[in-house]
Write a protein that binds this ligand. Structure first.
Ligand code: ADP
Length: 229
């Protein structure tokens, strides 16, 4: 599903080697944490998968596609095949919860019937149906992230990429988000969570890929993570 083969990334403006000979395969339906200290290279992996940056050398395949070969025109369509959530939620502040999710469907040309069917389904799945008419700034952080998850998933992407999804949340909300991520994974979506929240990683017992200084120092199936930074 996602394959990094000997990937190197040097940011030329600063001559920083952000990734060095990084190789891993993530199969369809896996749940994987990518962890490491600040500066380890986690965001660089996210940016490469989203085709926001290009690797300096090595190969990256997502769903069998060599993404370095995508043209500028193809990249937006490719990105729609991925669900993405970020630490800062990135909801549309002028749209209510329902319309934030509906917007993702409209962008890809979904019919009104589809929108009427899918938005309530996802509101229910992330347990936020009672806040359908609320504006983002009327929600707690955990509720905002649930809306962001529904919006990321409503187009049924094969992969959900979550970049520090619980970075702004307290432990109770973090637990809720992890339950929803688990549920999304059990529905068949490949889930990749980039984080430095070791407590969350420890409690989930999923595969852990650990980066240090741009290199993979650990890739443990049924992970867990014992150390404190
Ligand atoms: P993490 O997400 O684990 O904190 P990053 O992938 O953001 O790590 O960064 C890895 C290294 O690449 C760091 O040394 C960082 O300073 C550098 N880096 C990240 N983005 C850029 C950029 N756009 N230009 C130059 N250097 C960058």
């Amino acid at each position: 599903m996602i394959c990094f083969d000997n990937v190197n990334k040097i940011y030329e403006n600063t001559d920083t080697e952000a990734l060095s000979n990084v190789s891993f395969h993530i199969d369809e339906g896996e749940f994987v944490f990518i962890i490491g200290q600040s500066g380890a290279g986690k965001s660089t992996i996210t940016k490469l998968v989203l085709a926001e940056e290009k690797q300096t050398s090595g190969d990256i395949y997502v769903g069998g596609v060599d993404i370095s070969q995508l043209t500028d025109k193809q990249i937006p369509y490719y990105r729609r095949s991925l669900g993405v959530v970020f630490q800062e939620f990135r909801l549309l502040s002028t749209k209510n919860v329902y319309n934030n999710i509906a917007f993702a469907l409209r962008v890809r040309g979904a019919s009104n019937e589809e929108i009427k069917e899918l938005v309530p389904q996802w509101l229910e799945l992330v347990r936020i149906s009672d806040k359908a008419n609320a504006m983002p700034d009327e929600l707690s952080g955990g509720e905002r992230q649930r809306v962001a998850l529904a919006r990321a998933m409503v187009n049924n992407p094969a992969v959900l990429l979550a970049d520090e999804p619980t970075g702004n949340l307290d432990p109770v909300m973090t637990e809720e988000i992890m339950q929803i991520l688990t549920q999304i994974n059990e529905m068949g979506t490949t889930v990749i969570v980039v984080t430095h929240d070791i407590h969350m990683v420890n409690s989930m017992k999923k595969r852990v890929i650990e980066l240090d200084n741009g290199q993979i120092v650990r890739d443990e199936h049924q992970g867990g993570y014992q150390y404190e930074y």
